[in-house]
Design a protein around this ligand. Structure first.
Ligand SMILES: [Zn+2]
Length: 215
């Protein structure tokens, strides 16, 4: 049976890398509701977002339904940013049943202090875009790009510690009920996200079974 992978992980957990590997190696397309919402140029959606109102669950599930009805999703797909609530998770159960697919929730688990360092330690070269981390991948010279030593590395204001803390706490608060839900329904798989992307990927591949690549 082909699978719907619900990929979960805090900002900085490396979820994006895993989604890319799943796409490249298992040909599972990544369905990002955030991207889809942003791509909707419709003026009413735009206004709704601008005014800070939430897009209704019905609108989002219909978007997912339409997108995943396409041929490229036949052998399964990876959901990113959806479901966000248990109500959405229940809607997804229905959709999965209709599509004849099973759901596997994968949580890329990384301790809070590691996430904090990954995010607040990030520095980028303004010329080549090379990404450094002052804790995990420091440049050879203090705050200078290895390839462009005349360049001082950039620090994004989004990566300021207080902003990062708010983002991480918001994520944890939002995700806790969803983790409970998938735990209860027996669909939750935790993978240790402190290891290398390759090791994490192999775990995920094992969990979902490689038969998703078939056909
Ligand atoms: Zn550089």
């Amino acid at each position: 049976m082909s699978k719907i992978i619900v990929l979960m992980g805090a900002p900085g957990a490396g979820k994006g890398t895993q989604a890319r590997l799943l796409r490249e190696r298992l040909k599972l397309p990544q369905i990002s509701t955030g991207d889809m919402l942003r791509a909707l140029a419709a003026e009413d959606i735009h206004t709704t977002q601008a005014s800070g109102m939430l897009i209704s669950d019905e609108v989002v599930i219909e978007m997912v339904r339409a997108r995943t009805a396409k041929e490229d999703c036949r052998n399964g797909y990876v959901l990113d940013g959806f479901p966000r609530t248990t109500a959405q998770a229940e809607m997804l159960e229905e959709l999965a049943a209709q599509q004849g697919k099973s759901i596997e929730a994968i949580f890329v688990d990384v301790p809070y202090d590691v996430l904090e360092k990954r995010l607040t330690g990030r520095r980028t070269c303004p010329v080549c875009g090379e990404i450094y981390n002052i804790y995990f991948k420091p440049p050879r010279f203090d705050n200078r790009c290895d390839i462009h030593p005349d360049q001082v590395l950039n620090y994004r204001s989004d990566d300021a510690p207080e902003k990062i803390r708010v983002r991480l706490e918001t994520y944890q608060k939002q995700t806790a009920p969803l983790l409970d839900y998938y735990q209860r329904t027996g669909r939750l798989h935790r993978v240790d996200g402190t290891r290398s992307p390759e090791e994490i990927y192999l775990d995920i591949e094992k969990l979902i079974g490689v038969e998703v690549a078939g056909a």
